[in-house]
Design a protein around this ligand. Structure first.
Ligand code: 5RP
Length: 236
């Protein structure tokens, strides 16, 4: 089995495991990305076949569309007073369960929804585990288009290497679901994720950044045991 197929299989396995944690009557935060997508599909199957009464709070157009295609009723944060459980992916997870998110540019809504959840469950395959945040991925920073140049300069002043994210199959920069732009920021080293998360959000014009420090309650990792059998490891 190739690496891509293996990662896809692990993502599906961990997604199904997370859905087992969702109780009938739950209000569920629906994260974004390729690991959460099969979880939303499976949740839809349970709604249709087992009659589960579920309300989904999508974090992106992507998760809203998958939810609706699969028969899950969706609402916004205006309609609910709590979120019971949120299931979301991540690009990097460090040993303290701090995350980098936002490869799909959905980190702003994801952070709002995930931080409101009584239980925030992260679903990843083993390739996402890192010793230190920033090893593989830059930190995505969503920025108001009006503030793009000043924010770029402030980020350079922090000793980072900021790059405006460009579209694929779209000319020019990507535009988020909120109508903003995303700057991918590489730091030589991220020693204190919480301090950097706050520092980035303090720059005027920054909407939100992809550091999620101290938010995750549980990480489910799709991996293989010593015999090579696929298994789900929990990081509590
Ligand atoms: C989107 C995200 C995703 O959750 C993150 O990029 C993980 O995606 P995938 O499960 O496809 O690897 O933060 O903004």
């Amino acid at each position: 089995m190739g690496r891509i197929d293996r990662e896809k299989g692990l993502k599906e396995m961990v997604a199904l495991e997370a859905v087992k944690m969702i109780r009938d009557g739950a209000i569920v935060g629906l994260g974004t990305g390729s690991t959460v997508a099969p979880a939303i599909v499976e949740l839809g199957r349970k709604v249709r076949q087992e009659g589960l009464d579920i309300i989904g709070i999508p974090t992106s157009y992507q998760s809203a569309m998958i939810a609706r295609e699969n028969g899950i009723i969706t609402r916004t944060l205006d309609d609910v007073s709590k979120i019971d459980i949120s299931i979301d992916g991540a690009d990097e997870v460090d040993p303290d369960k701090n995350l980098i998110k936002g490869r799909g540019a959905a980190h702003t809504r994801e952070k709002i929804v995930d931080c409101w959840a009584e239980l925030f469950v992260v679903v990843i395959d083993e390739s996402k585990l890192v010793g230190h945040l920033g090893e593989k991925f830059p930190v995505p920073v969503e920025v108001l288009p009006f503030a793009l140049q000043p924010v770029m300069k402030k980020l350079q002043g922090l000793g980072s290497n900021p790059v405006l994210r460009m579209g694929v199959k779209k000319d020019g920069p990507i535009i988020t679901d909120q109508g903003n732009m995303v700057i991918d920021v590489r730091f030589p080293e991220i020693k204190d994720p919480k301090a950097l998360e706050v520092q980035l959000n303090n720059i005027p014009g920054v909407v939100e950044n992809g550091l999620f420090a101290g938010l995750a309650h549980l990480v489910l990792v799709g991996t293989a045991d010593e015999g090579g059998k696929p298994t789900v490891r929990r990081i509590d």
